[in-house]
Design a protein around this ligand. Structure first.
Ligand code: BEZ
Length: 208
């Protein structure tokens, strides 16, 4: 199954470090940062798990629930979490999916066979409360993810939903945003209370 932006996130039931979950029920009314790892007790993964835990208040402020996946058992995950907490100076509370049989990893196309037949690559899915896939990212096994970018894109998606805007290259919260070309000048005058600047007919910026 292909996981594309705009498609419904495939549902599944699975064991996690915080108990069994049915994914869609667990999502509820939240956004989700769903991210996969090759294996427990590996160095890059340990730093990523720690960073996600350290950012728990940032995720909560955005109504985002993190959930990890690694292709090991609940018992192995729980033992690894102790190491994550010790080495990354945190207290990891979000669930980690136990996917020893690769059921979820295969469902989400996280197994890239030319890289490894048994370990997931570093996939990221941002899923919205309607259970729609809003972002996909795939990192190789030997490159840790950029968590500034993950928070930035969540901010951009939520801003775009709230204000019918798009965000330019390297946008950061507070920067000017773009009025989508599908919005006419007439509607833009009515709907963007801070006015807008027309740089080209197709490139109009505003602030929100
Ligand atoms: C790591 O998490 O450090 C890692 C895992 C698999 C391959 C390379 C690095």
């Amino acid at each position: 199954m292909s996981i594309h932006i705009g498609s419904t996130a495939p549902d599944f039931s699975v064991e996690t470090t915080t108990g069994p979950i049915s994914f869609h029920d667990w999502i509820g009314d939240s956004w989700v940062f769903f991210f996969s790892h090759p294996a427990d007790f590996t160095p890059v993964c340990t730093t990523e798990m720690g960073r996600t835990s350290q950012l728990s208040e940032e995720f909560a402020a955005r109504n985002v629930k993190p959930i990890g996946l690694s292709t090991d058992t609940v018992e192995e995950h729980l033992s690894w979490i102790k190491d994550v907490n010790d080495t990354q100076n945190t207290e990891l509370k979000f669930p980690i999916i136990a996917d020893k049989d690769l059921k979820v990893a295969k469902l989400y196309d996280m197994i890239h066979g030319d890289e490894s037949a048994t370990q997931a690559v570093r996939s990221v899915f941002i899923i919205d409360p309607n259970k729609k896939i809003r972002l996909t990212l795939t990192y190789p096994m030997n490159v840790g993810r950029n968590f500034d970018e993950i928070l930035r894109v969540i901010d951009a998606l939520q801003l775009a939903d709230a204000h019918t805007v798009a965000t330019p290259a390297d946008w950061r919260p507070g920067d000017r945003v773009i009025i989508p070309p599908t919005v006419s000048d007439e509607d833009a005058r009515k709907n963007y209370s801070n006015g807008f600047e027309t740089i080209r007919p197709y490139l109009r910026t505003t602030s929100v």
